[in-house]
Design a protein. Structure first.
Length: 245
């Protein structure tokens, strides 16, 4: 098995080595700096699994490198620019979303220098070991466009929102809703709702921000929103489970 790092802002993890195919049931994305463990070489594509959750699929080789330094920090802002120089007037070379991993070699007054010589605003990143409130992390993704298989501040789906938000609190989560429902925290379906409860519907999931309102990425609004749980429930068959960390 060979280990590769993602060198683009995001890259798709696909069911099949076909960049033009419609997104399938099993689909995810990797953020910049995340690790893909390769088991098979298929020319322009590599088959393997995502190191953070074991999700399997195909990634285009052009988005990966086998030469890299270990990440030290994670992007905590919804989006953050990467600059050529340590000034906001510098050319922007890339835009990263929440969940991207970077390797920092020096932290200045306002910008952090990355191992490739580029710069990122220091208040938009945190050490990988730092922990934060996962509800607040989810709220940072408000207005993020809905993307099937997405899991970053550049675009996310419902289970991707849950996964990257929980990661900010140091809580491991599987990728897809059907597995999250059986593995996250403990079952509190019969109890009154409270902040931080993770509510599951058939094929959907969201995080309660208080006893009545939920933050979730959804295809109705095509973005991440906060809305009353009662309104979301009108569009779904039922609540299938509620889990609490």
């Amino acid at each position: 098995m060979s280990t590769y790092k993602v060198i683009t802002a995001i890259t798709d993890v696909r069911e099949a080595p076909d960049a033009q195919a419609l997104r399938g049931k099993l689909e995810s994305q990797l953020n910049y700096g995340e690790i893909f463990e390769v088991t098979e070489d298929h020319g322009d594509w590599l088959k393997g699994k995502c190191a953070h959750d074991g999700y399997e699929g195909f990634v285009e080789k052009k988005h990966l490198t086998s030469a890299f330094n270990a990440a030290t920090h994670v992007v905590t802002a919804q989006r953050s620019h990467v600059y050529r120089d340590a000034t906001m007037k510098s050319p922007i070379l890339m835009t990263l979303g929440m969940g991207a991993h970077v390797s920092v070699v020096e932290v200045g007054e306002k910008f952090a220098k990355l191992d490739d010589g580029r710069f990122i605003f220091k208040d938009h990143i945190a050490p990988l070991s730092a922990r934060a409130d996962f509800v607040e992390a989810a709220l940072r993704l408000l207005e993020t466009p809905y993307v099937w298989g997405g899991r970053s501040g550049l675009g996310t789906d419902c289970s991707g929102l849950v996964q990257i938000s929980l990661a900010r609190a140091g809580v491991y989560s599987t990728r897809d809703t059907e597995y999250q429902q059986n593995t996250i925290g403990s079952d509190v379906t019969s109890q009154p709702r409270q902040r931080g409860d993770i509510v599951f519907f058939p094929g959907h999931v969201g995080i309660m921000v208080d006893a009545e309102n939920m933050v979730h990425a959804n295809a109705t609004h095509m973005k991440t929103v906060v809305e009353p749980l009662a309104d979301a429930l009108k569009r779904s068959e039922k609540i299938t489970a509620v889990r609490r960390i």
